[in-house]
Ligand binder design. Structure first.
Ligand code: THU
Length: 134
């Protein structure tokens, strides 16, 4: 799939914070970089909790930062992990990304194998939930 996003640039941005991932329970470290239309990048990592269900995924962490800084025009999301394979955003994160761009470019990268997969959110999550009244 072709896209106008600098894939390596966004992967490098996410890699720069991967070491900050707080994952003492799963030991799965994830970092995310969100690119907006303005060209700015927002970063996030997964933040786990001893009450497991409170864990925040890296993508939602990065999107929270984007919104906090007054931006909403999301173009691409990079998801970087230390697992053996690139990982796609979980279902909850797909829905949250779709809120800001159902056609976002999704970049998945494993620092272990250096494999990168690029997809469109439309392929990963073709039917986001939307309130019909809005
Ligand atoms: N994780 C993410 O950060 N993003 C995803 O899209 C999938 C899962 C994190 C949450 C948890 O800390 C660990 O990966 C294992 O589920």
């Amino acid at each position: 799939m072709t896209c106008n996003v600098d894939v390596n640039f966004l992967v490098e941005k996410a890699k720069s914070v991967l070491g900050n991932s707080y994952a003492p329970y799963s030991n799965i470290h994830v970092a995310s970089a969100v690119l907006t239309k303005s060209g700015r990048v927002y970063l996030g990592v997964n933040v786990e909790n001893s009450s497991y269900g409170l864990t925040i995924c890296a993508e939602r962490s990065a999107i929270s930062s984007m919104v906090t800084h007054g931006e909403r025009e999301l173009v691409a999301v990079a998801v970087v992990t230390d697992m053996d394979k690139p990982i796609p955003p979980c279902g909850a994160c797909r829905q949250v990304i779709a809120e800001f761009n159902p056609e976002a470019t999704i970049i998945m990268h494993s620092v272990k194998t250096k494999e990168t997969i690029v997809m469109n959110l439309k392929e990963l999550y073709p039917q986001p939930f939307k309130l019909t009244t809005t």
